[in-house]
Structures are given as structure tokens and as C-alpha cells.
Ligand binder design. Sequence first.
Ligand SMILES: [Zn+2]
Length: 438
Amino acid sequence: MLPDMRGKKAPPQKTDENSEKFFRQHILSFPSVESHYCRKKSEYKYLDSSLTIKTMYKLYKLECEKISSKPVCFEKYRRVFREYKLTFHKPKKDFCKTCEVHKNTEGNDDQNNSHGDHLKRKEAARQCRDEDKETARQDTSVLAFNFDLQSVLNTPKGAAGPLFYVRKLAVYNITTYNLGNSDATCYLWDETEGKRGSVEISTCIYNFIMNKPEIRHVRMMSDNCAGQQKNVTFSIMCLHLLKVHPVLEVIDHKFFESGHTQMECDSIHGKIEQKSKNIPIYTPEGWAQVIRTARSNPRPYDVTYLLHDDFIDFNQSKKSVFQDESGQKLKFRNAVWLHYEKSAPETIFFKNSYNGTSYTKCTLKKLRGRPVIISEPAKLYSSRIPISNAKKKDLKKLCVELVIPKVNHDYYDNLPTSKLARDNLPEPDQLEESDYSE
Ligand SMILES: [Zn+2]
């Protein structure tokens, strides 16, 4: 019979079990969300992009210190992290799948040719931008600008440890950069005031252009995101704009080549991130302050804060499509240049290349082929959009612990919640395939 060891020394196996449980719990204590809500489900769950496995391990070691327990090694922590199918959310930017594939394969002639075309289109798009800039600098009736959504601004944000373990509020920003005078305007709203879809983006661009009553010709450029500005809703906004703007006659909307959409807005977003690095941010207004002070020359960036009743429902003609003269549906995916004229209501002219001279003409039709007349759009939201109870609970906890200072508590107290609200990734991730809902 073995001697009774009770009360003398814990069996070594038991300690391992506890420490195993402890570090597994630590990995799972970070809030993870499912993939982008309108996309195909991914088996991965996503952690905040501000986290890295190294930061997590550092936080884990701090927790171990608190309870005087020996941490497992980094390799083990990382291995188990992977078992859980967790990944860090990587916004889609700065990643060209076409170039990536080309780099990693011994291309045959066909592949090399198509990659060559891809690079030519990239150059052609940039040339378009430079020409528009030149024109706008000389002719004040031309407004040339590009616009882009920034990666989600997580709120609150700071270096305090507890901030890493909670669900955060998403704040969205669309930046417009005026090529004619280098001005930038940022449109900011939080996830309870609006989503991050085509209607919200359309509203921002609509406001931006309507605020310039002397403009006759708009030349804008953007990336190709189908869910944001390459779709029927955004086109309907453009057509409506031509109807109601006092002097606007023509809108040109060109798209950068996929994977190479770097534009001035991106460096503005970089500056905002840089500026926010060492500043704790507790509310969306905190982001507005950071943006206003991120540049001084030639002028500070302008910030417009949007509330839910500012958003306009341009997507009124659901189930409408743009069709060419032979009844073919306009494929937004292929378009690199969309053109609209005041003299041609309910019509898009589009081109599949920057250089080609002829446009294909498409008009707005109901699915059965009847023409659609665009009417006065209504408001999109009648009330704020609730967040999940779990998220509100996390944020309120930060208030109680005074990680969020008292002066900001009203804002958090007033956040609407609903049992039905789900926590999802607010934007698509690199891992997800982009899809076109035409
Ligand atoms: Zn590329």
C-alpha cells in the first residue's frame, strides 16, 4: 500500500490540470465575435485587431503573477490558442490577392498576361486621379475627391488592461479628401446611430456634395466594395443628387483597381491612428477631437457627427436593377467607371476600362422590366439601433470600475440594448471572400 500523501504535497498532475484550465480560460476570456453579418459564415471567431498573441501572453503572465502561479511557455499558449479557431481581425486593406497569388505561383503565359493587365489598370486608375486633381485645381466648378471608410474605431480605446477583455462599441468614419484644395471631411457615427452599409455611405457622400452648391461636375474615386459604394443604392443616390442639386450636371465615379486602392484618405486614416496612439478615447466625441487635431496644415480636418435620423433611405427601389438596351443586367463588378448626367434621369453610363471611349447605357427597371422613377427618399431609421446586452454589460463594468471616467457615464447609460442584438464583426475580414450582391 502507498503511504498517505494527503496534506503533504499536491500531486504534480493536479497542478498541471489547474494551470491548463487557467490558461485556457484566459484565452477564452477575450471577447470574440462571429464573422461579418452579411457574409458567409466562417468557422473562425475573431478577436479585436488591436490584440496580438504576444499581448495576450503578456496579459496572461500578469494574471499568473497575481495568483503566484507559474505560466506555461509561450509556445504552448500559442498552440492552444490555435486549437480554438481564433484569429485576429484583419481589415481587408493593403492586400492584393491577385498579386499575392502571382507571387506564389510559377505563372503560365495566361496568368502572366492577366497579371500584367491588372498592373496596367492599377496605373490607369492612378493616372485618372492625377488628371482629375489637375482639372479641379484649375476649375472651381469641378469637385474632384476620393472617399473611403476607415477601419472600425473601437471605443473606448486605451492601454488599460481591463479594456482588452471587453466588447467595445464600433465607431465608423468615412473620410472624403478634396483633390482640388486638400480639404478633408470626416463623417462619424457610432453603431447605435447607423450601420456600415451602402445607405449610410450614400448619405455621407450626398451631404458632402449637397454642401457645395456651386459645383457643376463631380469626379469621385473609391475602392470597389460592393456592400458600400458599388451598388444600386449608391447609384440611386447619385441620380437623386442630380435631380435636387441646384447646378450639378455630371457625376463621374471611377474605381481604383482592386488590391491597389491606396488613396489620400488612407494616409489621413494613418494620421488619425497615429494621433490616437497615446490618447485614451472614451466616447465617439473623443474620436472627433483626435481627428480635428490630427492635422493643422493647410487646415484641420473637418468632422461632421451623424445621428440616426440624418440617414436617408436611398434604397427605396428594392428589387430594381439597371438594365442595358438588350435587357442585360448591369454587372457592377465589372465596371471601372460610372457616369451620370442630369439630362438622363434614371440612367447610368458605364465603362469596363478607363481608356475605352464608348459607354454602355443602362436604365433603372423593376425586375419585370417596368421603368422606375426615383421619388423623394425617406428617413432610414426611426430610432437608434440597439447593441447586445452583453456589450452594454461590459461597457457598464468599465464605468463602475472607473476605467471610463465619470464624465462619460451618461453616454454609456443611454446606449439602447436588445436581447435580439448580436455581436458580429462590423466589417469583412481578409479571410472572408468578398461577394457581390447584385
Ligand atoms: Zn495586385
